[in-house]
Design a protein around this ligand. Structure first.
Ligand code: PMP
Length: 392
């Protein structure tokens, strides 16, 4: 059996999304900016897709949703542009990001720090959560931007974005949230939450890879990062990825329709999986369930190297993760485990299981058997586990 439990890394393209995209490769391939019939047959599908994206975010038509190549580009755009327009010009000198942001935020923050921007890396607590009042404690009159993700990719921890956005608005500080792991997991309502910038990637909600977006509140539009064309109202140059945009629109629509299923049925499946995993001795899950996205479990099995566990799971056809897929070649300990202050031996034992609306009960039943078997085998040959047991 093959079981995919790495949906926070990427998701299967929903077959309905795929069939909606298909005509835009071989049949309708015109560049929408050209002046002929080939171009015009893409205009309506593009418009419909954009409407679905605005609807999924409940964004006002006055705001800008700009299609990009994904959240990495969108996150870079926000932080680098804030550097150019606020820090380099001397108007402000500081930004705040959480210490558990995705590398596309953290590495960009480090980059602009190297250019002279002060950066506060906001800590998380031992549950992997952020409290809004800690953000407020770090804001100074020279703070240009606060950037905090809506949901964490490792733990699924949901951060209090409504409160943080509100307090940034009150203090006159721009606020950006990386909502990559939030879309399709719980409702996003940009008419009621005053974020200035929000980023997303289609492939995390059953859309295609290489396409995503940046929401910018009316009046807070950033200057473009890519120059050379008038696409996206002059905000993002480059020939439009028609099939990608059509796919992202459909994926957004389906994700909104499936929200109830995700928040109840998938959560129930995740909880039953987690209950079974927690019957294994010496296991530990980060972040209380009520504060997590419905699909994610970050769990430590004491005495077992995460990579060894992945090996056993992979041999049995199960795909899971030890950390952000972007960091998986570096065999480092899980960054969130480090941030919550887990002991060094635990930080290497974290495994992330992330479900999707395509995950079935049969798959979870199979995964339970495989994980239990793997834990038994690996603990049997683990000198560190034998040692802790003798000493405790
Ligand atoms: N932010 C978060 C929270 C993510 O999980 C990811 C993908 N792992 C990204 C940003 C980057 O998305 P993409 O690779 O699609 O640019």
């Amino acid at each position: 059996m093959k079981v995919y439990l790495d949906n926070n890394a990427t998701t299967i393209v929903d077959p309905h999304v795929f069939s909606e995209m298909e005509p835009f490769f071989v049949q309708k391939y015109g560049n929408p900016n050209s002046l002929h019939a080939y171009a015009s047959e893409t205009h309506r599908p593009l418009k419909t897709a954009m409407e679905k994206i605005y609807a999924g975010l409940n964004a006002s038509r006055e705001d800008s949703v700009v299609v990009t190549s994904g959240a990495t580009e969108s996150n870079n755009w926000v932080l680098q542009r804030i550097y150019f327009d606020y820090i380099l010009t001397g108007r402000k000198n500081h930004i705040i990001v959480s210490e558990v942001e995705h590398p596309s935020v953290l590495a960009t923050a480090k980059f602009i720090e190297s250019l002279g921007c002060k950066v506060t890396y906001l800590p998380i607590n031992q549950d992997g959560l952020i409290e809004a009042h800690t953000v407020s404690a770090f804001i100074t009159p020279k703070t240009a931007l606060v950037s905090i993700m809506w949901a964490n990719n490792e733990t699924g921890a949901i951060f209090p974005i409504e409160e943080i956005a509100q307090l940034c608005q009150e203090k006159g500080v721009l606020f950006h949230t990386d909502a990559v792991q939030a879309i399709g997991k719980f409702p996003i309502d940009l008419k009621s939450v005053p974020v200035d910038y929000l980023t997303f990637s289609a492939h995390k909600f059953h859309g295609p890879k290489g396409v995503g977006g940046l929401f910018m509140r009316k009046g807070k539009e950033l200057q473009p990062m890519l120059h050379g064309g008038s696409q996206m109202g002059g905000l993002r140059s480059g020939t439009l990825n028609v099939a990608g945009i059509v796919g992202m629109g459909k994926a957004m629509e389906l994700a909104s329709d499936a929200l109830d299923f995700e928040m109840h049925d998938i959560k129930e499946l995740r909880d039953s999986f987690e209950d079974e995993l927690l019957t294994i001795k010496d296991t530990f899950v980060v972040t209380p369930r009520a504060k997590r996205t419905p699909n994610t479990i970050l769990i430590s099995f004491r005495g077992i190297e995460g990579e060894a566990m992945l090996w056993d799971l992979n041999k049995a056809g199960i795909g899971a993760s030890t950390g952000s897929a972007c960091a998986s070649e570096s065999l480092e300990s899980n960054p969130v485990m480090e941030a919550i202050g887990a002991e060094a031996d635990l930080a290497h034992t974290a495994i992330r299981f992330s479900l999707s609306r395509f995950t079935t009960k049969e798959e979870i039943d199979y995964a339970i058997v495989v994980v239990k078997k793997a834990v038994e085998r690996l603990r049997g040959i683990s000198s560190s586990y034998a040692y802790t047991n003798v000493c405790s």
